[in-house]
Ligand binder design. Structure first.
Ligand code: G4P
Length: 533
């Protein structure tokens, strides 16, 4: 088959897109790196803006009370900026593990990820989980080892830890000279240059001082104590570690590793350079009946996240939509695949560092924010007519359950409406038990319950009460035939429920019972994850 005739300007614009997220364990330095990337990308003038935005939001948004009380970031957003002739989309993710479901969904919308590791702590729990999610789609990973201005673990040990714990090959691209008070800079293995470290540089304008060649006597004159060990280490890793291999990187098997200090702007430019030079542009995506190419003319994409109250002044909901092909233009008409009806895409938004901007143009890889009045759910596909359904946006089986009721019984309807909408938004999973009774809520993290209670109170004016539910986990079911289904449902009626989309779910009281049941019903499939839509 000959290649389809892609419009040349789409091919050109798609090739310039880089869409990525930063993954890390809380406190490794994700917010700091985000801010510095925006600073280098010219999206903000002065460091401090992202953090300031965080606290401004805390001050004005009441449903974020939970965030404020706990000092954590619950929400995630998207930022777009230009760098070196490329358009970069940075998708932020919530740092707290209780909101990991949200993060997992965001990771389905990126083409690459930057992994931040705190050099003093090494590989931490949340990083392991997030990397597993990236691995589901073989997402290419760039590694930034942060906080070299502190006393940190020996560098060779850190690399071994990343390789053995995360099961990914490391290709060091830069190598640190000293650490902590004696952190002098990094040696770039591919450019054979040393970049000298300067602490506390606030603006992106200043050029880093470069010294050519690792054997340069200038280095010995400046750093007599550090150069000996550094040269030995570099010799060792050049002999023993993996050289950077773009194919292995793009396949998600190898990660280029950079060292630096985010807070000091050091090593940030190299990350942006790696994104532009090595990270992939938008790729083809599985839309069920076929693969969709990013430079195809017809517009397609999917919703991966719904966010309420981004701006407390607006009290609105935004559906975050990843464009997978074609070109967005304001006012265009699209087909809502799940609802089977036409929709007008009016004032789509994008988000610069601290403000929302109307989007005039978007191609594959870009994220647009669509005002949502309940018509869009996570996993929804929009096209210009073709019946497609983008795959791979997961729901995870909840591990915590509560039943919910309204303190004032007259508000039960309001509670139901609120929970239905919050469930569609992905804030929590809502189940209706077959035996009837109270609504059942499932979460992956405890804080989800708190956020939902807060939002029910402020947005739906319902005071919700939670009660413990004797459920250990849930499994989505698929049956070989109707007869088995009817028999199973009859047999297990008291433990059956439906999710928001009407899919059958089994509620297990404990792992042992679940295993027994699975043995008893070998033809029934029990799924721990399910795709949206
Ligand atoms: P997160 O989003 O991953 O949770 O991390 P964040 O950027 O908020 O950074 C966590 C802490 O680590 C912050 O300190 C931040 O200043 C510090 N940090 C980030 N990068 C570096 C670095 O390169 N070197 C050093 N020494 N510290 C770094 P904090 O005290 O928790 O917050 P703050 O009072 O500085 O804002």
């Amino acid at each position: 088959m000959s290649a389809p005739p892609f419009p040349p300007e789409l091919v050109r614009d798609v090739a310039k897109r880089r869409t990525f997220a930063i993954i890390s364990h809380p406190d490794a330095g994700k917010t700091t790196l985000t801010e510095k990337l925006l600073l280098f990308g010219g999206a903000i003038q002065m460091a401090g803006t992202v953090k300031a935005r965080k606290s401004a939001r805390h001050a004005t948004s009441d449903w974020m009370e939970v965030e404020k009380q706990r000092g954590i970031s619950v929400t995630s957003s998207v930022m777009q900026f230009d760098y070196a002739g490329h358009t970069i989309n940075l998708l932020d993710t919530p740092g707290h593990e209780d909101f990991s479901e949200d993060t997992y969904r965001v990771l389905t919308a990126v083409d690459a990820a930057v992994m931040v590791i705190d050099a003093a702590k090494g590989v931490e729990a949340q990083t392991i989980k997030l990397l597993e999610v990236c691995r589901l789609r073989n997402t290419p990973i760039i590694t930034f080892v942060n906080k070299l201005d502190r006393e940190v673990k020996p560098t060779v040990e850190l690399l071994e830890e990343i390789e053995s714990v995360l099961k990914i090959d490391c290709a060091p691209v830069t190598w640190p000279i000293g650490m902590g008070k004696n952190f002098r800079g990094v040696y770039h293995l591919l450019h054979d240059q040393t970049m000298l470290f300067q602490a506390g540089e606030e603006h992106a304008g200043g050029a880093t001082e470069l010294i050519e060649g690792l054997g340069n006597p200038k280095l010995d004159a400046m750093f007599p104590m550090e150069m000996g060990p550094t040269r030995e280490e570099v010799e060792l890793i050049q002999a023993a570690s993996h050289p950077f291999d773009i194919t292995a990187f793009l396949a998600g098997r190898q990660t280029p590793v950079f060292f630096g200090s985010g807070i000091n702007n050091f090593g940030v430019r190299e990350i942006l350079q790696a994104l532009v030079e090595w990270a992939p542009p938008p790729q083809q995506r599985d839309a069920g009946s076929r693969m969709v190419e990013p430079a195809e003319k017809p517009f397609t994409g999917f919703v991966f996240k719904i966010q309420a109250n981004m701006d407390p002044k607006h009290r609105d909901r935004i559906a975050f939509f990843r464009v997978c092909s074609g070109r967005y233009s304001p006012g265009m008409k699209v087909q809502h695949q799940r609802m089977g009806r036409e929709m007008k895409l009016g004032n789509a938004l994008t988000f610069m560092a601290n403000e929302r901007v109307h989007m005039e143009d978007a191609v594959a890889g870009d994220i647009i924010g669509i005002h949502n009045h309940g018509q869009l759910q996570i996993g929804d596909t929009l096209t210009e007519g073709e019946a497609l359904h983008f795959k791979g946006i997961p729901y995870f089986a909840p591990e915590m359950f509560r039943t919910a009721r309204a303190r004032d019984p007259l508000k039960s309807k309001q509670l139901q409406k609120g929970l239905k909408e919050l469930g569609e938004e992905g804030a929590i999973q809502v189940f209706e038990t077959t035996a009837g009774g109270a609504l059942l809520l499932g979460a992956v993290g405890q804080l989800q319950f708190e956020v939902v209670a807060q939002r029910l109170a402020t947005e739906y004016k319902v005071d919700a009460l939670y009660d413990a539910a004797d459920i250990h986990t849930a499994r989505w079911l698929s049956f070989p035939d109707e007869a088995t289904r009817r028999q199973f449902e009859k047999d297990q009626m008291l433990r059956m429920a439906q999710d928001v989309d009407g899919n059958p779910v089994y509620l297990a009281t404990n792992r042992y019972n679940l295993e027994l049941l699975m043995e008893k019903w070998p033809k029934v499939k029990f799924h721990a994850t399910r795709e949206h839509g």
